[in-house]
Design a protein around this ligand. Structure first.
Ligand SMILES: Cc1cc2nc3c(=O)[nH]c(=O)nc-3n(C[C@H](O)[C@H](O)[C@H](O)COP(=O)(O)OP(=O)(O)OC[C@H]3O[C@@H](n4cnc5c(N)ncnc54)[C@H](O)[C@@H]3O)c2cc1C
Ligand code: SF4
Length: 329
């Protein structure tokens, strides 16, 4: 058994000071980190409990009409907050599609963004080959069971997917992640927060060592009337996405004025389908337009042995999500 120390940080400064020690990790709800520690996948020497920091657990209105979600807001509180439900129903739906009620009651906004992949080989230390867990060791999934894995943006080093439902909605909404670190505060556009594996698959995000997520800022709500989070999974609840789609539209009558489409379950990060978005603008939501636009999202997809079905599934899910967002299905 590894010895670990535990401390509660009363404020951001104390959390950052503690995190400057090597081997230190922040702990939020603990719903991912503790599982990883129990399995020996992650072995921090020091845990800094950030859940008692004042000022990071509220949902506040921003002067531009947007909304700030404190990093410590529990997933259930975010999903059920009146402003989130009314102004960002896409986000509320995505949160409620994740995990279970008990887990959502514990999980925090910051922890959700930082949760690790659900690749079974990453979790099972009986498999020595995992570049994400042990850089340079290889990737057991490439020649293994890879039904759940990526079809877009993967590398020979890692084909894992990002498991967060909330992050898919935040990608579509163009959220901004605010962080505090040893060198002060900075903001990270959501599209730049998670990264593709490349030759550094051990890095999931662009967060620097010792940085603390303080909030996620949502821009003014443009899509409340026409949005849909569609999650396709093996079971109706308590299962990660095979493919998910966050679709957000602005409509001018029957014509699409603007579109945001993000996919989950297909890549190492939430995947914005920019070509699909462009193909929808100025069009009506007839089936041929939707199918053509959806096909653009998977151009260049590279399936693994067990997951070619995701190419078809992603297109069908996009069509259905956009139809439902636009009120034509
Ligand atoms: C059985 C099960 C089913 C699940 N199903 C789903 C699902 O369908 N969809 C889904 O999206 N999720 C699912 N989850 C994952 C769940 O959403 C995450 O475990 C949860 O969101 C993590 O939040 P947390 O606060 O508990 O994070 P923790 O476990 O406390 O931390 C996770 C990571 O985030 C870091 N961290 C936490 N807060 C911060 C911060 N403010 N700044 C910087 N780093 C931070 C920690 O150091 C750690 O590395 C499931 C989990 C389980 C156990
Ligand atoms: S896909 Fe990534 S996480 Fe899974 S075994 Fe390969 S390197 Fe590890």
């Amino acid at each position: 058994m590894d010895a670990i120390s535990y401390q509660r940080a009363p404020d951001i400064g104390a959390a950052l000071a503690a995190a400057s020690q090597p081997g230190t990790m922040f702990i939020g709800g603990g719903t991912n980190l503790l599982d990883l520690m129990k399995g020996g996948v992650m072995r921090p020497m020091r845990l800094v409990d950030i859940t008692h920091i004042d000022g990071l657990n509220g949902i506040t209105a921003l002067p531009d009409g947007g909304l700030r979600l404190g990093a410590l807001v529990r997933n259930s509180d975010a999903a059920n907050h009146a402003w989130v439900r009314e102004r960002y129903p896409l986000l509320s739906q995505a949160l409620l599609a994740g995990a279970s009620a008990q887990l959502r009651n514990m999980a925090t906004v910051g922890g959700n963004l930082m949760q690790r992949t659900r690749c079974a080989y990453f979790y099972d230390t009986g498999f020595p080959q995992c570049n994400k867990r042990s850089p340079g060791s290889g990737c057991a999934a490439i020649d293994g069971n890879n039904r759940m894995h990526a079809i877009l943006g993967a590398s020979r080093q890692c084909i894992a997917t990002n498991p967060s439902d909330m992050s898919v909605a935040l990608a579509a909404l163009d959220a901004v992640v605010r962080v505090a670190g040893p060198n002060g505060e900075r903001t990270i556009p959501f599209a730049e927060f998670h990264r593709l594996p490349g030759d550094r698959p051990e890095l999931d995000t662009t967060l620097h060592a010792g940085e603390l997520i303080t909030s996620v800022d949502l821009p003014p709500p443009l899509f409340a009337a026409h949005s849909k989070y569609l999650k396709v999974r093996d079971r109706a609840s308590y299962a990660f996405a095979l493919v998910s789609v966050a679709a957000a539209l602005q409509m001018d009558g029957n014509t699409v004025k603007s579109a945001r489409i993000a996919l989950g379950g297909v890549a190492h990060k939430p995947w914005r389908a920019n070509a699909t978005e462009r193909a929808l603008v100025g069009q009506s939501l007839d089936k041929a337009t939707l199918q053509n636009a959806a096909a653009l999202a998977v151009q260049g997809a590279q399936p693994q042995r067990d997951n070619a079905f995701k190419i078809v599934l992603a297109q069908r899910a996009i069509v259905r999500a956009v139809q439902q967002a636009g009120g034509v299905a």
